[in-house]
Design a protein around this ligand. Structure first.
Ligand SMILES: [Mg+2]
Length: 341
C-alpha cells in the first residue's frame, strides 16, 4: 500500500501548464492522425475496430465551468454513427452518471472515474432493466466509496476560501479544478490538497489540465479499463482487433501505453501542442476528432467492405494534399515512414 510518505504530492503547473507544455522527445514522431490516416487504414485491414474515447477535451471543449462541458449535437450524432459500426466506449475521469448525462447515448459503453466504474452492458439489447445493467457493473475501487465522500467534503471545506477553486466528486475519485483560480494561488490549492491527503494515505493525487485528480492508490487506471473492456467484450484477439483510443490528458497516457505495449492498437493524443506521449498520432482539438471519426466511418465501415484497394489508394492520394487546419499542415513532412502498431 502506498503511504503519504512515498506518495507524490500535488504539483501545480507554474507558467507552463500541462495543456501548454511541450516536449519534443516523442512529439517528433507523433504526426497528425488525419494526414497519416493511410497508416491507420493499413493497420486496420481485416481487423475489427474497437473505439475508446475520452470525454473532456476530446469530445467536448475544455471550458471554464466543468459543469458546462457539453458536447455539440454534431459530435453526439457522429459518435452515435460510429457506434453503429464499431464497439465504442467512453473512458472518462468524470463519474459514470455525469458523463452519461453529457453524452446521452445508450449505444455505447461507459467507464467513469478514470475507469474505476465500468458499465459494459448498456449496449446489450437484452439488458434493458436496471437490475440487469447493475449486475454487470465493475467497480474495482468500491471499498473507497466512503473515503472518497469524506475526502471530497474535506477538499470542499479547505478550498472554499480560494476564489475560483471547485471540487467535483466523481464517485471513486475527486477532481479539484483550479482553472478559474488566480495563478498566484495555484500553489495554495496544491498545498491544501496535499494537507488533506496527509489523512488519507491510501489516496494519491495527480495533475491534469488545470485539475488535481485525487484517487485510490489501487493498481487501476484507464489502461486497465481498456484491457478489461477488450477482454470482457470478447475483443482480446489482437490478430483480428484494432483498438483505437483518443484522449487529451495525462490519465489517457495509461491507455496509450497499454496499446503501445500490446503492439496492437492506436493511441491518438488530442493536443494543440506537441507533448511527450505514448500515443502514435495527434489531433489538434475536438474539431479534428470530428473530422477523424467520419473518416473512419467512410474508410472502415464502407470502403474496406466494398472495394478496398482502389478507394484506399484514392484516399491516400488525397492525403498527400492534406491541409486540414493549421495544426495539421505543420506535420505534413512527418508522415513518412512506417509506425508499427
Ligand atoms: Mg480529457
Amino acid at each position: 500500500m502506498t503511504t503519504s510518505s512515498n506518495r507524490e504530492n500535488a504539483k501545480m503547473d507554474s507558467g507552463s501548464s500541462d495543456e501548454d507544455s511541450t516536449d519534443n522527445s516523442r512529439a517528433s514522431i507523433c504526426p497528425s492522425a488525419i494526414c497519416s490516416f493511410d497508416q491507420i487504414v493499413a493497420s486496420a485491414q481485416n481487423k475489427k475496430i474497437v473505439l475508446f474515447l475520452d470525454y473532456d477535451g476530446t469530445l467536448s471543449p475544455i471550458v471554464n465551468d466543468p459543469e458546462k462541458a457539453f458536447m455539440s449535437p454534431e459530435m453526439r450524432a457522429t459518435v452515435k454513427n460510429v457506434a453503429k459500426h464499431f464497439p465504442t466506449a467512453i473512458v472518462s475521469g468524470r463519474s459514470r452518471d455525469k458523463v452519461f448525462d453529457f453524452v446521452k447515448l445508450t449505444e455505447i459503453y461507459y467507464a467513469g472515474s478514470h475507469g474505476m466504474d465500468i458499465l459494459a452492458s448498456t449496449a446489450d439489447s437484452d439488458s434493458t432493466t436496471k437490475e440487469t445493467r447493475e449486475a454487470k457493473l465493475f467497480q474495482p475501487a468500491s471499498e473507497f466509496l466512503t473515503m472518497i465522500t469524506e475526502v471530497s467534503k474535506s477538499l470542499i471545506e479547505v478550498t472554499k476560501a480560494i476564489k475560483g477553486a471547485t471540487v467535483e466528486n466523481n464517485k471513486f475519485c475527486v477532481s479539484v479544478h483550479y482553472r478559474n483560480v488566480d495563478k498566484k494561488n495555484w500553489k495554495l490549492v496544491a498545498q491544501v490538497v496535499n494537507n488533506v491527503l496527509q489523512d488519507f494515505p491510501s489516496l494519491k493525487v495527480s495533475s491534469g489540465r488545470k485539475v488535481l485528480e485525487v484517487r485510490p492508490t489501487i493498481n487501476w487506471d484507464k489502461g486497465k479499463a481498456v484491457e478489461f473492456l477488450l477482454h470482457s467484450l470478447g475483443f482480446d484477439d489482437s490478430e483480428n482487433v484494432l483498438p483505437i483510443y483518443i484522449g487529451d490528458d495525462k490519465t489517457d497516457e495509461d491507455a496509450f501505453k497499454v496499446l503501445r505495449e500490446r503492439k496492437n492498437g492506436c493511441g491518438i493524443l488530442v493536443s494543440h501542442v506537441p507533448k511527450k506521449t505514448e500515443a502514435f498520432f495527434r489531433l489538434k482539438d475536438p474539431s479534428e476528432v470530428m473530422i477523424l471519426l467520419p473518416l473512419m466511418l467512410n474508410i472502415f465501415a464502407v470502403v474496406l467492405l466494398i472495394m478496398p484497394s482502389q478507394l484506399e489508394i484514392d484516399f491516400v492520394i488525397s492525403l498527400n494534399n492534406c491541409h486540414v487546419g493549421d495544426g495539421i499542415s505543420q506535420f505534413l513532412g512527418e508522415t513518412e515512414g512506417a509506425i508499427n502498431f
